[in-house]
Design a protein around this ligand. Structure first.
Ligand code: SF4
Length: 501
């Protein structure tokens, strides 16, 4: 008893010490016990935070005034440490624990690791830049980030050179603040942008630019830590309570929920051809075209496209009519359709089997799961199509040659890249400069396109997209251990109804 009491006290002191600043270097893993519910809630909330960072980074130039303002506004509405509030113990604790939970989920593949590191670095830079100069110095000391400071004597000798070669440095600042001396290879970003003075292989970093060096350090440590976490993952995954949650988290979508059909019945079947040309993202256009040409889609395509159509407002009756009328033009007669396929359409609308209301697929799900094989038309063309084929598709959709070059992805396999090029496609198709949104979901593309086509007016009159917003916690896709397992089973269940004979 005495031992556990002492241990509790030690942990308590350790935690208080750990959370005395709003910014963390995440050097020490959390030691306390938390419930599975808290584990799950923290994970989802941090994922939302990182997605927010990603979205703002895509829609504004990073580190610009607009970027900082937007991030400021967005982060202040999330329940995480923000601009060093004083009574923020719980928020800091959540920040710490949730970071380590996502390490477990995002250490699994190279793509996931890269995404996680990028968002964590952007978040760190934003938070560090928000700190007061004195708190920055405290942070460096507390985390043992001992960069060599230039002596007063040397500063005096180099004063003019430092002012001439450093961005935003005045004589008073040189005297009042520390200047750090680091090997130039640790400050390549600053050297590249000619923001620092170089001498004998060292870069002289003014105090206000130290974030670049700290960030390098942060990236190196985080990437090492992720590699180590990946090695210990088999042990963590053997815990059957955590395994489904962790594997679901890396694919989780935390944006708007498009499964609620407030706009149900507001689209007629006659509109679909025109809408596919105007407002469908490439993946859905491709599926629609293949369906019209072949009068058939294999199960992966029917799942992806069927749920998308449901999300934009097709009723069950319309969906049955849509799929039946197309399939009977091919090799399937009406009788066979009713026996082999109608059940699966009703199932998708939650009218059969377990009566689950299935959610349209997010980009993440389309990109990461069930890659298409020969004869399939589902997936994300920016991820799964051969570059030449993608060019041809874009030519068919009347995108100009210069537009095609901008839209076609490079060799990068970064997940964000695909939705970014998809938005570029949106810009090219609509001949606009700035989309003003970052893409996470094909149904979001549709909504934004309709909004754009209606001249920025609220499109709810024409297509009243479901609005179960992120603010409503009940609406968030919540990857509970039980839910994810159930969802997996249910999807498997649904898949089986969609299998081709
Ligand atoms: Fe579809 Fe998303 Fe790929 Fe665009 S990025 S084509 S919306 S999956």
């Amino acid at each position: 008893m005495q031992f556990s009491g002492r241990r509790k006290k030690l942990i308590g002191n350790f935690q208080n010490d750990l959370y005395d600043q709003c910014l963390q270097f995440y050097g020490q893993p959390p030691l306390e016990n938390i419930s599975l519910t808290e584990f799950e809630t923290f994970a989802v909330e941090r994922l939302k935070l990182l997605k927010t960072v990603e979205n703002v980074g895509v829609s504004c130039v990073k580190n610009s005034e607009q970027y900082t303002k937007k991030l400021d506004a967005e982060i202040s509405s999330l329940n995480f440490p923000h601009r060093g509030g004083i009574s923020e113990y719980e928020k800091r604790r959540k920040d710490h624990i949730s970071h380590f939970i996502l390490r477990l989920a995002y250490c699994q593949t190279e793509d996931l690791r890269r995404w996680f590191i990028q968002q964590e670095m952007d978040l760190f830079r934003y938070r560090f830049n928000c700190l007061h100069s004195k708190h920055k110095t405290d942070f460096l000391h507390k985390n043992n980030l001992k960069y060599e400071t230039v002596s007063a004597e040397e500063k005096k000798n180099l004063k003019d050179k430092l002012i001439a070669s450093s961005y935003g440095l005045s004589g008073t600042k040189v005297e009042e603040h520390d200047v750090y001396k680091v090997p130039f290879q640790d400050a390549l970003d600053l050297v590249r942008t000619r923001k620092v003075y170089l001498l004998a292989g060292n870069a002289y970093i003014p105090h206000h630019e130290i974030v670049t060096i700290v960030l390098n350090d942060f990236r190196t440590r985080l990437s090492k830590a992720l590699a180590m976490t990946a090695r210990s993952l088999p042990a963590v995954q053997s815990d059957e309570r955590l395994q489904p949650l962790l594997s679901h988290l890396s694919h989780a979508y935390v944006g708007q929920d498009y499964s609620i059909q407030k706009n149900i019945g507001k689209i007629s079947l006659e509109q679909i051809d025109a809408l596919s040309g105007k407002s469908f993202p490439l993946c859905m256009r491709h599926l629609h075209k293949a369906l019209r040409e072949n009068h058939h889609l294999r199960h992966g395509g029917r799942m992806q496209y069927g749920l998308f159509l449901k999300g934009i407002g097709l009723t069950l009756e319309q969906a049955l009519q849509f799929w039946r009328s197309e399939f009977v033009k091919g090799k399937v007669d009406a009788d066979k359709f009713d026996k082999a396929y109608a059940y699966s359409v009703r199932h998708m609308f939650g009218k059969e089997g377990k009566r689950t209301d299935y959610t349209p697929y997010s980009c993440m799900k389309v990109i990461l799961s069930n890659p298409p094989s020969q004869g399939d038309y589902h997936g994300c063309p920016f991820r799964h199509s051969d570059p030449e084929l993608l060019k041809q598709k874009l030519q068919n959709y009347k995108v100009s040659p210069s537009g095609i070059n901008q839209v076609c992805p490079t060799t990068s396999t970064h997940l964000t890249r695909f939705s970014t090029v998809c938005v570029k496609g949106f810009l090219k198709l609509n001949l606009v400069e700035d989309a003003g949104f970052s893409l996470n979901h094909p149904n979001q593309y549709f909504t934004e396109s309709q909004k754009f086509l209606s001249g920025g007016r609220d499109i709810k009159k024409e297509v009243d997209m479901s609005q179960r917003s992120q603010e409503n916690p009940a609406s968030v896709t919540h990857p509970s251990q039980a839910n994810s397992k159930q969802a997996h089973e249910e999807m498997g269940d649904l898949d089986s109804f969609f299998q081709d004979e």
